[in-house]
Design a protein around this ligand. Sequence first.
Ligand code: ADP
Ligand code: MG
Length: 703
Amino acid sequence: MSEVINVSKIFGENVFNDSVMRERLPKKVYAQLRKTIEDGKTLDPATADVVAHEMKEWAIEKGATHYTHWFQPLTGTTAEKHDSFITAPDAEGKVLMSFSGKELIKGEPDASSFPSGGLRATFEARGYTAWDTTSPAFVRQDAAGATLCIPTAFCSYTGEALDAKTPILRSTEAVSKQAVRLLKLFGNTTSKKVTPSVGPEQEYFLVDRQKYLKRKDLIFAGRTLFGAMPPKGQEMEDHYFGGIRERIAAFMKELNIELWKLGVSAKTQHNEVAPAQHELAPIYASVNIAVDHNYMVMNVLRKVAERHGLACLLHEKPFAGVNGSGKHNNWSLTTDDGINLLEPGASPHDNIQFLVVLTSILKAVDRHADLLRESAADVGNDHRLGANEAPPAIISIFLGAQLQDVLSQLLSTGEATSSIEGGFLDNGVKGVPNLEKDATDRNRTSPFAFTGNKFEFRMVGSSDSIAAPNVVLNTIVAEALSEACDVLEKAEDFEKAVHDLIKKQAAEHQRIVFNGNGYSEEWVQEAGRRGLPNITSMVDAIPALVTDKSLAMFEKFEVFNQAELYSRAEVLYEIYSKTINIEARTMIDMAGKQIIPSVIKYTTVLAKSINAVKAAADADVSTQVELLNETSDLLAEAKNALAKLTEVTEAGATLEAREQAVHYRDAVKVAMDALRTPVDKLEMIVDKELWPMPSYGDLIFEV
Ligand code: ADP
Ligand code: MG
């Protein structure tokens, strides 16, 4: 019998959420805090003090000894510096536990150790973290005890954003403002705010921790840099949705409990396509919370894995030749009174407001396909995009049969008069009720698919923050909606103007719509004819951030200024070069210290045995000699490739910014592949006992 888990009781028990605040704060203080949360009003120091005090008391009841401003620097992960609540000892040597409003609202970490892309000179070290009241504080319990975590935004001394959160908050404002403007035109007087809703599906791998620790590549690079394919891969398609093994089930159980306590609504879990690959999806939340929660999910995944003797791999491509991991970013727009602007209703053809929103999104995505592509660019993701397992590196939109039909009507006659209905699915089996059928099938090969009442951006990498893609989505849609409002607000005949606008947007941006197989070579050709960008590497994606088009849009909607955009581009080039540099140096280390010595040992043993056999019986040893020659040739090839890789990696050190990143992509990565090829062949020859690390088979089939 398993113990009963009272989910509704534990859910959010470690979150300083609205109900805790209402219960614990004096009425007036609570009301003032709500004003800050909802309208961004500044919090006066006295109120902040009361909130801080109650937050501390609550956290101490949960065992907290420390607090931290929890922020999201441009490293891709979160950062924190812990302070205990203690005050200086008094005359008797006693301490108190204290936490002031000032400490809650503002932190001052040394910003000079975080990436800033030239926004801040090293001698100007000051940076600030500022409390984001829209994301509730929480207590994290782990081996360190319990820590009160305060979600904060991180900026430089001069106010430039140095993090993932600030632009999320700014872009949420931007899209809300324009969407409310549009709703007003359609007679909506009740909705005051529109917030993007986001549900990110998180894929990950689990491997045995002991085996993980025997692989320097997994430790340093998060992915295998060598490794021959096992005899069995994913060809049987028996892992996807397969039964979950006991060890993994125990892991998932604890994972869910930990996440629920933190208020993360972990909802779905299943085995994914590749062996040892799994997925978790929460119920969607407002974008800011969804971003924070996704960071928490990645963190908890790693911690819980460790407790179960497992290692969680979040890398986009931990094993070459085996499906990698992504993060599907489901996105829609919801009003504060619960209306989803992407809900087509039963008859989308006469849902005029929906068609304005939809065609505005077509326009936004078509115009800024390069930016959207950039937002999913990540060193690990270069292995996935366009590699027949994930969407191609080309952005397109899947609308599905129903909306495509509405669009076609609009384009041919200028008027849409009907909508395809789903009907019923007759399964021909008595006792199994006929199902109501969706009006539209799914398409798993599209990078940006309409899935009923939301768009699913399927390009994002598994290890990446979902902040960047949502910043881009929010802002490009804000821009398109604002342009729609500009036209409609001036219209004398509103009805006519709306129809004309829908038609115009559909006609001008239909090239971005593609309902076919996104993995096919024909699509790559067709997309080329349509003039859609096909950006195959992160290095080539980065410049999209600083085109005139991008600078103008982000400045207009006050999401990024020029300096911030240029700095982000710099940071991304740096991340690219540093990542490849680490991978290259790890390969050099493994090849030089582990693999080549093992192969030499193997050839020595083999040569000795050949001589012994020959001396004793003068037997035919031609097969053994052939094997020895083959091994020696591969060994020579590996040694040469190692020398070459060492040389080009060292050459990269003197370069900077884009030039350096291009060198790492065009010279270093090529040299890495050249070293890997002979080593993977050697792995198939050399005695398993002598091979210095667990194989792919050991890692993904024996978890
Ligand atoms: P799939 O079948 O695509 O794998 P999942 O159930 O794994 O679906 O994930 C779908 C995600 O989309 C969930 O996080 C879900 O909460 C989210 N979602 C559902 N409706 C919306 C919506 N209107 N806006 C944003 N996200 C949504
Ligand atoms: Mg899913």
